[in-house]
Design a binder for this molecule. Structure first.
Ligand code: SAM
Length: 268
């Protein structure tokens, strides 16, 4: 008997575009997940062939996210707005936060229908967690969505997570203005945690090759400089150790830096 194609197990529907690769599903593939289609796997393999570093970036980024959430929990944060949350995988934000505080609230937001469908299926019985399908470039719509405004109390500190998403927001979509709108919704003492792809050890050739593959997705990849990424923390004071390669936060290791910067900022 023929084995059913693994793609048959994926949520489909009018919103799921399987004709072109998608960054959420490619990222899932790098992390060893199954929420991806042939078109995503093909693009991901092309990207890995020219930029092998992408796989390490994905794993290190996930590791960074975990450390950041633990740090924020230690600061007493019990509300998270996870922008571009992706397909659920190991070490999800609510799992880490609930180890610290089972009452912690986590609002996941992603635009990709497959990521949202997987998250909803996983979290159906999970209290204090919501999943909203929305475009983070529309902060008003995100902030007023029932899954966000009905779950998070914006009169108390919130952690806004923008982890590995702003490199999919080009300057023409005003990433600074987008972040400002979220910041303005949060009281002082809230946090912004962010990671962003950058060229640190990659050659120009590798960077361009990777970007070329991502141009075939709905969200091309923008690499920003350290200074440009630091500027995204407008209105925040960076906590120690500041903006570092993601695998060196909060402590440098002997490992070479990954090609992405990350930091946590406390909103003033
Ligand atoms: C590389 S994944 C990162 C997932 C997760 N934040 C992490 O760091 O493990 C980027 C996610 O951002 C989502 N995304 C990209 N552009 C978006 C947008 N404009 N609005 C909402 N989500 C977006 C993608 O669908 C994808 O799930």
């Amino acid at each position: 008997m023929e084995r059913p194609d693994r793609d048959d197990a994926q949520p489909t529907g009018p919103q799921v575009d399987t004709s072109s690769p998608n960054v959420a599903r490619m990222y899932d593939y790098y992390l060893g997940g199954a929420a991806n289609f042939a078109v995503d796997r093909e693009a991901a393999e092309k990207a890995l062939a020219v930029t092998p570093e992408i796989g390490r970036f994905a794993r290190m980024n996930r590791w960074f996210l975990g450390r950041v959430v633990r740090y924020l929990c230690d600061q007493g944060i019990d509300q998270f707005l996870d922008l571009g949350s992706g397909v659920p995988t190991v070490g999800n934000v609510h799992e880490i936060a609930h180890q610290h505080d089972p009452e912690a609230r986590v609002a996941y937001v992603d635009v990709e229908p497959v990521a949202v469908a997987h998250a909803r299926a996983l979290l159906a019985d999970e209290p204090h967690v919501s999943v909203t399908q929305a475009d983070i470039r529309e902060p008003r719509a995100v902030l007023s969505a029932p899954g966000v405004s009905g779950l998070l109390d914006f009169s108390r500190p919130v952690a806004v997570l923008a982890v590995a998403i702003l490199h999919f927001v080009p300057d023409s979509d005003d990433p600074l203005g987008v972040l400002r709108a979220y910041r303005e919704a949060c009281p002082p003492g809230s946090y912004l945690a962010l990671s962003h792809a950058a060229r640190i050890t990659m050659s120009e050739h590798e960077a361009r090759g990777g970007q070329e593959v991502y141009r075939g997705t709905t969200t091309p990849l923008v690499l920003r400089t350290r200074e440009e990424i630091a500027a995204l923390f407008e209105g925040c004071e960076l906590v120690e150790p500041g903006l570092t390669p993601i695998n060196h936060w909060p402590e440098a290791t002997d490992e070479p830096p990954t090609n992405g910067y990350g930091a946590v900022g406390r909103m003033r």
